[in-house]
Every structure is written in structure tokens, then in C-alpha cells.
Design a protein around this ligand. Structure first.
Ligand SMILES: Cc1ncc(COP(=O)(O)O)c(C=O)c1O
Length: 398
């Protein structure tokens, strides 16, 4: 007998974004005026028609457990959406509704990854992918992306072993804002077929995409439909992070196995949110285009503003609402009180303490020397934040 904690959990980290969120919350509650550019959620309210549908669900007493896979009208609406938007044909037993896209990811990974399996993850990557793989008993295998954050298909090919089970990709991408081209995704699809591996395709930022860029869904390629696991959700497109709702489309046996995980962990996705999500998919979509237009203005402002700071380099952003920028020229700099900034975590800590701006260090995404800011804040807040970052960086001796 032993009261020691689980050995598997020893290798699991708490989400770095969630940890910084809690820290900033504490600072704000102690009266410090911190600007939070660390948060990965739209600053817009959930659209009125979606809120009204949720309120009606409560008034109608639709407040109980549902089918673990989600209510039929929602699954039907999802199938219609993926057919119309992504050109992908799925049936009712090839879709499940989850408690957030994060549960889609974890249920899917648990369904296909077991002890000793390897999962290729192109880096920089979303903070949770590696730990979700480890939770399932698998091993994350990191593969660098190209300088412009496109997929390095040769490096991916070099990383394959007989234990490779899957690759996880995200487009539009958190944290870099890259959108993978149809050509590179088709090559990845051929590669997955040749090597007999799954592709987990996280498309949660699908609708947040800027002029001149096009989203291509791997689920639209019929030849690889049996190995693509499509992850999507309502958090970002409809500003519904707190409603906790996502979905998964995949082969029937992958879905029924993922549903086992759901049924033994969260039982069902939230009933009220499911009614609201039917409205999100079937109701007017104007709020989505208005939000994306606003994000695009902010993106232009932030990219320009960051590139005007000496020593900072930010590439153009194709989608999502993050700027991922290069701060490597400040590593090794000295603060006014003589402290050496040894890495990006120290630099972000310095900007938090000195300039009261919370930004995520690139190493949280396996990209040391970089940092990520979310531009899900008003233009006024972004202006103030960029000034603070500039002042903070200028005060360093390089
Ligand atoms: C790339 C990516 N995938 C999945 C998620 C999880 O989203 P959800 O709120 O639906 O769980 C996030 C949230 O930040 C994300 O950035």
C-alpha cells in the first residue's frame, strides 16, 4: 500500500496558460493594473441569439444528462456544417459532441494511442498536445517546423518509426497563426497513408482566418477519411469558451472508443450548451464575420507595432488571434538592477513584473526565444500594451 501520487502524473505538467491565468488574476486582485495578453479566448460576448437559446433551454428545463454522444439535433447540425464547409461526409455514428475541443483531443488520443506509441507533434505547438499524449501513455516526438512555421515534411518523414501512431496538426495554428497550404496538407495525407498513421486535425480556429488565406480541411480527402480525426468546437468561432463544447468526427470505431472515455469521465457534454450550439451552427453567422474583421484590424496593428520595436521580429499572421514573435535578441540582456535575462521565461517574467503585461513565453510552446500575445483585447488595450512592452524592452541593456 502507498499514498504516493501516480507515477504517470509525475511526467505531466499543468497547462502553462492556465497557470499564468491564475497568477495574473492574483495580481489583479491585489490591485495591480496588469494587461493580460496571455488569454486564449475572444474578448467578444457570446452572440445574443446563442445566449437566448441557452436561456430558453434552462427555462424549458433542458438541464439533465443527454446522450453521451450529444443530442441528435446538434450532431445533425455538425454533419451539415462539416459537409457544407469542409466537404466531408460523416454519418451520425461518426460524430460525438464533447466537453470542449480539449476533451475531443484527449478522448481521441486515448482512443488511438497506448503505452509505447509515438505521436509526432510539429513545434511550436499548442501547450496541451504533448501532455495529452503522455496522459494516454504515449511519447510525444517533436519535429521543428520551417522558419515561416509551415510544415517541414522531410523532418516529419525522418521522425517516423515503427511505433508512430499519429501526428497532431493545427491549422490555423495556435500559437503561430500559420495556416497550412492545401498542397502541404495533401502531401501530409499521402504520407499518413503510406505510413499507416492517424492525423489528428485540430481545426478549432477554422473560421478565424485573414484575407488572402484559405482553410483546407484534411477531412475533405475521401482516401484518408478513415485515418483523419477532426477536432473542432464552439469556443473560438462563437466566443463560447465557458460553455465547454466541442466535437469530434472520425471513423466509427474511433468515435465509439472516444465515447467510452467520455462516458467514463464527464458522462455527457453540458445539455444547455448543446441547445445553444444548435443555434450557433444554424442561426445567423454575421457575428463571426464581424469578429474576424475586427481581429484582422488588430492583427495588422499588432504585427506593425511589434516590428517597430528594435530587436523584435514578427511574421505576418494568417489566422487565429495570436502574434508569435521573435525576442531572441533580448536573451542575454541585463535589467536595470543587473539581472541577466537568460531565457524567454525570464523575459516574460520581467515584462510582467516591470511593465505589468502578461504574455506567454515561447518555451511553453517548445519555441524558446519567442513569445506569444493574444490580440483578443480592444485596440486601446493593445496600444497601451505595446507601449509598455516597448518601454520594458528599451530599459534592458543588450
Ligand atoms: C489549438 C487549440 N485546440 C484546442 C483548444 C481547446 O478548446 P476548448 O475551449 O474548446 O476546449 C484550444 C484552446 O485554447 C486551442 O488553442
Amino acid at each position: 500500500m502507498s499514498t504516493q501520487l501516480s507515477s504517470r502524473m509525475k511526467n505531466i505538467s499543468a497547462s502553462a496558460t492556465t497557470a499564468l491565468f491564475a497568477r495574473v488574476d492574483d495580481m489583479k486582485r491585489s490591485g495591480i493594473d496588469v494587461i493580460s495578453l496571455n488569454v486564449g479566448e475572444p474578448d467578444f460576448p457570446t452572440p445574443e441569439n446563442i445566449k437566448a437559446a441557452g436561456i430558453k433551454a434552462i427555462e424549458d428545463d433542458f438541464t439533465k444528462y443527454t446522450n453521451a454522444r450529444g443530442i441528435a439535433p446538434l450532431r445533425e447540425a455538425i454533419l451539415k456544417k462539416v459537409k457544407e464547409d469542409n466537404g466531408a461526409e460523416y454519418t451520425m455514428d461518426e460524430v460525438t459532441v464533447t466537453t470542449g475541443a480539449k476533451q475531443s483531443l484527449s478522448a481521441a488520443i486515448m482512443a488511438v494511442v497506448g503505452d509505447g506509441d509515438e505521436v509526432i507533434i510539429p513545434i511550436p505547438c499548442y501547450v496541451s498536445y504533448p501532455d495529452i499524449v503522455k496522459l494516454a501513455g504515449g511519447t510525444p516526438v517533436f519535429v521543428k517546423r520551417n522558419e515561416d512555421f509551415s510544415l517541414d515534411l522531410e523532418a516529419i518523414a525522418d521522425a517516423v518509426t515503427s511505433n508512430t501512431k499519429a501526428i497532431i496538426i493545427c491549422s490555423p495554428d495556435n500559437p503561430t497563426g500559420a495556416v497550412y497550404s492545401e498542397e502541404s496538407l495533401r502531401k501530409l495525407a499521402d504520407f499518413a497513408m503510406k505510413n499507416d498513421i492517424f492525423i489528428v486535425s485540430d481545426e478549432i480556429y477554422e473560421k478565424i482566418i485573414f484575407s488572402g488565406n484559405k482553410h483546407f480541411s484534411l477531412s475533405s480527402i475521401p482516401e484518408i477519411k478513415d485515418r483523419v480525426i477532426l477536432v473542432n468546437g464552439f469556443s473560438k468561432t462563437y466566443s463560447m469558451t465557458g460553455w465547454r463544447l466541442g466535437y469530434l468526427c472520425a471513423r466509427k470505431d474511433v468515435i465509439s472508443t472516444a465515447v467510452k472515455v467520455q462516458s467514463q469521465t464527464t458522462t455527457t457534454p453540458p445539455s444547455i450548451s448543446q441547445i445553444a450550439a444548435v443555434e450557433a451552427l444554424t442561426g445567423p453567422q454575421d457575428s463571426v464575420s464581424e469578429m474576424v474583421a475586427e481581429f484582422e484590424k488588430r492583427k495588422d496593428f499588432v504585427v506593425k507595432g511589434l516590428n517597430e520595436i528594435p530587436g523584435v521580429k514578427c511574421h505576418d499572421i494568417q489566422g487565429a488571434f495570436y502574434a508569435f514573435f521573435d525576442l531572441r535578441s533580448y536573451i542575454g540582456a541585463t535589467t536595470e538592477d543587473g539581472k541577466v535575462i537568460e531565457n524567454d521565461s525570464m523575459l516574460c517574467e520581467y515584462l510582467l513584473e516591470k511593465s505589468h503585461v502578461a504574455i506567454m513565453p515561447g518555451s511553453a510552446y517548445f519555441a524558446p526565444g519567442y513569445a506569444r500575445i493574444s490580440f483578443a483585447s480592444s485596440m486601446d488595450v493593445l496600444k497601451k500594451a505595446l507601449e509598455r512592452i516597448k518601454l520594458g524592452l528599451n530599459a534592458l541593456k543588450c
